[in-house]
Ligand binder design. Structure first.
Ligand code: SAM
Length: 458
């Protein structure tokens, strides 16, 4: 298997106390945007002094700005079934939790989608528990079809990323055919004994099968895959090096690594006591992880959810995160229930703001909220996307598309305050586009949006 626990342990031991290495030298290497070695990353992970941490944040912030500019992509999760055959110790959907399970019918999915579209969302992450009987692949595929074909008065969903349990090549082929964006699967933990303990007596408990899910997805033709670790289950330093190993395996084998990495931290959920988990990640280590991932894998998108507080989100956006969820509900039928004041969720969230409030703060901080979904619709996925990103070419489409889709949001869903500050931001960012031709095309598209045209992109 390609996660070599012994090697990771040796590297971590060797780098305790930084192994006499100069942090500045590693950060200088990171700034070249070619990534870092396992030893480099392990050395940075051992840093705990404030002055040195600040240097890491500064270097990561520079890379973030160089590669992603001021753009932040927005999305929301959509849970359609909470049936689950697994008994994952950390999860509110575990089999032993006794609550009335539900799976939405197509009409109910449509209703949830309309609520999400009315918030302005264009990208969803589709979430389900694992249950081959109550939530089989055909149900997921039908759900995807329903989502793509549900149009509200002002909006539509243009990209569905899918977060379903590890499955077969055959099922991945079906997902590919259904036109999904990224296939997302968290390894939860790369530490095999912990993986087996927290997934005991569960279908999900087969470490090797779970770990090889992306190999099967790639074999099936899905070239955008998104990894992640549920931080809090095992030692975070081990997890980061293992994530890098997984990424390198995919790069070597398929020519492209993770399209995105998610950094969920363990949250309180029904039927679990967070104090039973000895590796809970403190805020300082969390910030360090985000910054180090940005330095180690500069071109991989970093996804942050509403598990984090508004304050934490605001901070880590500066030096790492490129995609955030907003207005999220983490339960089945939860958008409808929350509109009606009810609650049923997989785990707690810590940012309960509506998307428009999140957007206002992003604009105040000089960020461009982006609802762009053009890449996979234009075939810019997998190796092709990675190549364009590394050559800096992707910037030429990303910034204009962010501005165009943000303007669409402002005109469809904005209030007076967002209109005023949003328009100001958009035109100041247009001025910063250095190519005359690109500036002209962007202004053209913006004019089309004002004229009522929608879903315009380069
Ligand atoms: N059932 C699929 C699977 O097993 O991969 C989909 C995953 S589930 C709907 C989405 C993710 O929620 C899980 O992969 C897990 O990392 C995360 N999660 C579960 N319980 C959590 C908790 N208590 N706090 C934070 N995240 C949690």
């Amino acid at each position: 298997m390609y996660i070599k626990a012994d090697i990771i342990k040796d590297i971590l031991e060797e780098t305790i106390g930084h192994g006499k290495r100069d942090i500045d030298e590693i950060l200088q290497k990171g700034l070249e945007k070619k990534g870092l070695s396992y030893r480099d990353v392990a050395t940075l992970l051992q840093v705990s002094e404030k002055k040195q941490l600040d240097k890491i944040y500064k270097a990561a912030g520079k890379i973030k700005k160089d590669i992603y500019g001021d753009r932040i992509v927005l999305f929301a999760p959509l849970y359609i079934s909470d049936y689950c055959v697994n008994n994952c110790l950390y999860c509110g959907y575990k089999r032993d939790n006794n609550f009335k399970r539900q799976r939405l019918n197509q009409k109910q999915i449509e209703e949830e989608v309309i609520l999400l579209e009315n918030m302005g969302h264009k990208r969803l992450a589709l979430e389900v528990g694992e249950d081959p009987v109550n939530c089989d692949i055909d149900y997921v595929l039908e759900g995807i079809e329903t989502i793509y074909s549900t149009y509200s008065k002002q909006g539509d969903i243009r990209r569905i990323n899918v977060n379903i349990a590890a499955t077969s090549v055959e099922n991945y082929k079906k997902l590919k055919q259904a036109d999904i964006g990224t296939y997302i699967l968290f390894q939860e933990t790369y530490h095999k004994p912990t993986f087996q303990r927290v997934h005991a007596n569960s279908k999900k408990g087969n470490y090797d099968y779970h770990l090889k899910a992306f190999d099967r997805a790639m074999e099936a033709g899905i070239d955008d895959v998104g990894g992640g670790v549920l931080f809090g289950l095992a030692d975070y330093k081990f997890e980061i090096l293992a994530l890098m190993m997984h990424n390198l395996h995919l790069e070597n084998q398929y020519g492209v690594g993770f399209h995105t990495i998610s950094v969920p931290r363990l949250k309180k959920a029904e039927g679990m006591d967070i104090n039973d988990f000895p590796h809970i990640l403190d805020d300082e280590s969390f910030k360090k992880i985000v910054a180090i991932l940005r330095l180690a894998m500069p071109y991989t998108g970093l996804i942050l959810s509403t598990r984090e507080t508004p304050e934490m989100r605001k901070e880590v956006i500066e030096y790492g995160v490129s995609q955030i969820s907003a207005g999220s509900c983490t339960g089945v039928n939860a958008y409808k229930n929350s509109a009606e004041g009810g609650e049923n969720k997989q785990f707690d969230v810590d940012d309960n703001r509506a998307p428009i409030e999140v957007l206002k703060e992003l604009v105040d901080c000089g960020h461009i909220p982006s609802y762009c979904t053009s890449c996979y619709r234009k075939g810019r996925t997998g190796e092709k996307f990675a190549k364009m990103a590394k050559e800096g070419e992707i910037q030429n489409v990303c910034t204009p598309n962010a501005l165009i889709t943000f303007m669409e949001f402002i005109l469809n869903y904005g209030d007076r305050e967002l209109l005023e500050k949003g328009e100001k931001l958009v035109y100041s960012k247009v001025k910063e586009i250095s190519s005359n031709e690109l500036r002209r095309r962007t202004l053209n598209c913006l004019k089309m949006v004002y004229d009522g045209k929608r879903d315009i992109f380069l």
